[in-house]
Design a protein around this ligand. Structure first.
Ligand code: ZN
Ligand code: ZN
Ligand code: ZN
Ligand code: ZN
Ligand code: ZN
Length: 375
């Protein structure tokens, strides 16, 4: 956490900022003088942040047995992952930043590097669901029940990616738009980042969209140059670590290729900004839905031309962000382009990642894929 007045005049007093704003409690200062000098900047946002802080309990509410530990503000992601035996392990490696080499390592592809969940078969969805998805899943509890997972399974920490896509699809009006969607669905996924190292968990989309050929184009500046154009078919679920589990025989069966499977998920990676790559991409794939997870619309000016483009295309687009204030600022940017209110108002994502993030500027609860909104 840093002093909210940092960089706005005199240097900060040494040490962590300990003076919290008495109204909102969302910002902190190094000294009384910085708190006073910052009030002119802060006074407009203060009541709004106060409202947002009131929703902290709702945001920290998850059905898991590890909720207390995983939502503890100031708790470190490393020590939580360590406590469940998954710290710097396999596909979980990019969940904390103490192993920076993972982001630069030459990843041999979506299936290659991280072979399994590093979990026993009872703790992860490594095979077909026992029953096809029938009713609408309203949150993690529904999902765990449907997939017969115990509430101490940590898989939600990675499965928030595919479940958020599922939820965005449910919220958007795409389902009613075209009949074609009933067997083919194209999604353009903007700004992938660390999920580029976790794409094997997108295999779960197979269970979430049964009987549908789902194609996702992942476009963003964080796609490494050597992966530009990389394609993958995910016809198998990420296997568990039990040698004798059924999922091992599936894997052998399909290692020859995914052709002929009724529901497959195909992914294609593209490096660059959407508005720069869109002409190429549209030759291959015309989207029914655009999703932009953890977008940071207000933080990156490069979103503005992309939002202009989405407006012209007229395709429903759903964004997520880490905290409510980021979503609020993003909504302002989007409305300034569309000149109309959000089509999908800001709301809590029931499938946000159940592992708290540290926000460097605010005490607001902060989770990956926390808030959803759309144009
Ligand atoms: Zn200061
Ligand atoms: Zn305040
Ligand atoms: Zn760590
Ligand atoms: Zn396969
Ligand atoms: Zn298994």
């Amino acid at each position: 956490m840093e002093c909210a007045a940092r960089g706005s005049g005199t240097p900060c007093a040494p040490g962590p900022p300990t003076r919290r704003c008495g109204n909102c409690g969302a910002v902190a200062y190094c000294s009384l003088s910085h708190q006073m000098s910052h009030w002119n900047d802060h006074k407009d946002e203060c009541p709004r942040l106060q409202q947002q802080m009131r929703r902290a309990d709702a945001l920290n509410d998850f059905p898991f047995s590890f909720t207390v530990e995983s939502t503890l503000l100031g708790g470190v992601r490393c020590s939580f992952l360590d406590s469940i035996g998954l710290h710097r392990t396999g596909i979980w490696r990019s969940e904390c930043c103490c192993a920076p080499s993972v982001m630069q390592s030459n990843n041999p592809g979506i299936d290659g590097e991280f072979g399994d969940w590093s979990l026993a078969s009872t703790l992860c969805p490594c095979t077909e669901p026992r029953s096809p998805i029938s009713t609408y899943l309203s949150g993690w509890k529904d999902y765990y029940q449907w997939r017969s997972l115990p509430l101490d399974s940590p898989v939600a920490i990675l499965l928030h990616w595919p479940l958020t896509i599922y939820h965005c699809f449910q919220l958007s009006s795409v389902q009613t738009l075209t009949k074609e969607v009933s067997d083919k669905l194209h999604i353009h996924y903007l700004g992938p980042d660390k999920e580029l190292h976790q794409l094997a968990v997108f295999g779960e989309l197979k269970a979430l969209f049964p009987g549908i050929q789902l194609h996702i184009e992942l476009i963003g500046p964080a796609v490494p140059k050597f992966r530009d154009g990389e394609e993958a078919s995910l016809c198998c679920y990420l296997p568990c670590s039990d040698e004798s589990c059924l999922c091992k025989s599936y894997k052998e069966l399909y290692d020859g290729g995914c052709e002929g499977k009724s529901s497959t998920v195909t992914l294609k990676l593209r490096k660059g900004f959407y508005h720069e790559r869109v002409r190429d991409i549209l030759k291959d794939s015309c989207p029914h839905l655009i999703v932009a997870p953890n977008a940071g619309v207000a933080a990156y000016a490069s979103w503005l031309p992309t939002i202009e483009l989405i407006k012209e295309m007229g395709i429903p687009a759903v964004f997520t962000d880490f905290c409510e204030e980021a979503a609020h600022l993003a909504a302002g940017c989007i409305s300034s382009v569309t000149r109309s209110p959000l089509r999908l108002p800001i709301q809590i994502n029931p499938f946000r990642q159940p592992l708290v993030m540290e926000d460097s500027a605010l005490y607001l609860p902060c989770y990956s894929n926390c808030f959803i909104f759309g144009m």
